[in-house]
Design a protein around this ligand. Structure first.
Ligand code: ADE
Length: 385
């Protein structure tokens, strides 16, 4: 027997123990109850870049608002974005709606019951297709996410870079080798669960807890005492850093928001007016005037930082009181009651530090010179002269 075959067969001999362990230790998670293809799909998409505890409330609310694939297909974009607000990576839910529409057109509103058709849907990659096929339809496909890659790298003692596609391929093949055809759903869930609660990532998660692990005797990394060295991840990309200045423009109880472009970062969501760079008070006032408003008072707001996968925003903010504004279709800004912004307008988490104020002085740092010199008498419906 080759060395790899021998390792795999040792790991395979632990699978019964893994399934027993899972039956005794599985966390009671909402998506593990009342399993339907749609429920599995929604949960797996939410869980892709978000922790289990953060997902729970979003999951329940999403399914209550949009209980079927048809409801998702027909949902208003703003409602959809509001349901996703705070989860980040909004293209996930946009792709889900595209796929839901496709399911209505091609499959009569029901998730198709075979791997190839599931995999053909927008936003559904190998992992999610494997999860839906196995959890919802009992089909013998692996569901290999980052957690399962980590577990498998340790089990087989693979020291390759798990971000490298050929290493992922090897590890996925190893999962296919040990996957039992009669209980793929339990097996895949058990591998995810072992990764989340036992074979944990190094670092803040605390690393692996090998004692009592069902794979304890077969795990190559544990045998070599290398469980905290594996898996190897070679991170190449550095995040770009960007300074930005955010404006909270208050006209009475209303604040200005604008819709981001349909493509790119945070596409189609609403944001507070903002520009590149950190603007001084004078520069901020001039920018507000260029936007078409006459500032009456200005106060600095707290600094904030938002980390995207490829970018970090260093934010400063100015709260600016302006005069009355009349609806003007030619301006890119819309004014909404602050209370409505909180309730109905999808503002991405990047602007969270500036979304919750109840008045123009909330969240600001008092300064002496806040009057701009322009009084209400100088106002012409918020437009510069
Ligand atoms: N992470 C990704 N999928 C999961 C699932 N089905 N249960 C728990 N955590 C997960």
């Amino acid at each position: 027997m080759g060395q790899m075959t021998e390792k795999i067969s040792e790991i395979k001999s632990c699978v019964t123990r893994l399934l027993d362990w899972y039956r005794r230790n599985a966390r009671d998670l909402p998506w593990r109850r009342d399993i339907t293809p749609y429920r599995v799909w929604v949960s797996e998409i939410m869980l892709q870049q978000t922790r289990v505890e953060a997902v729970r409330p979003y999951y329940e609310r999403f399914l209550k608002e949009l209980p079927t694939i048809r409801d998702l297909a027909g949902a208003d974009d703003r409602v959809l974005m509001k349901l996703w607000e705070g989860l980040g990576y909004y293209s996930r839910v946009r792709n889900m709606q595209k796929a839901a529409r496709d399911i209505c057109e091609r499959f009569g509103g029901q998730m198709p019951g075979n791997y190839e058709d599931i995999r053909s849907l927008c936003g559904i990659g190998d992992y999610t297709a494997g999860a839906i096929a196995s959890f919802a339809f009992g089909l013998p496909y692996p569901a290999v996410d980052g957690n399962v890659l980590r577990v498998m790298a340790r089990l087989t003692g693979n020291g390759g870079d798990i971000l490298n596609p050929s290493v992922r391929k090897q590890l996925t093949a190893a999962v296919e080798d040990i996957l039992p055809n009669d209980v793929p759903a339990e097996f895949n869930q058990a591998m995810i669960e072992i990764g989340a609660t036992v074979c944990k990532p190094n670092g803040v998660a605390g690393g692996p807890v090998c004692k009592g692990c069902p794979f304890e005797t077969a795990c190559q990394a544990h045998r070599m005492g290398r469980e905290t060295e594996l898996p190897v991840r070679v991170v190449k990309t550095r995040r770009r850093e960007e300074d930005r200045t955010v404006f909270k423009l208050w006209s009475g109880d209303r604040c200005a928001v604008c819709r981001r472009p349909e493509r790119g970062l945070l596409s189609g969501l609403y944001e507070f007016p903002n520009v590149k760079g950190h603007l001084s008070m004078e520069e901020a006032l001039n920018t507000v005037r260029k936007m078409g408003f006459e500032p009456l008072q200005i106060l600095p707001m707290a600094r904030a930082e938002h980390v995207f996968s490829h970018l970090v925003w260093h934010l400063i903010g100015w709260s600016v009181r302006i005069g009355d504004v009349e609806p003007d279709e030619t301006l890119p800004y819309q004014f909404f009651l602050q209370s409505d912004i909180k309730k109905r307008i999808p503002i991405p988490a990047a602007f969270a530090a500036y979304a919750g104020q109840n008045s123009w002085t909330d969240g600001t740092e008092p300064q002496e010179r806040v009057m701009t010199g322009a009084g209400p008498a100088d106002q012409q419906n918020g437009k510069t002269k």
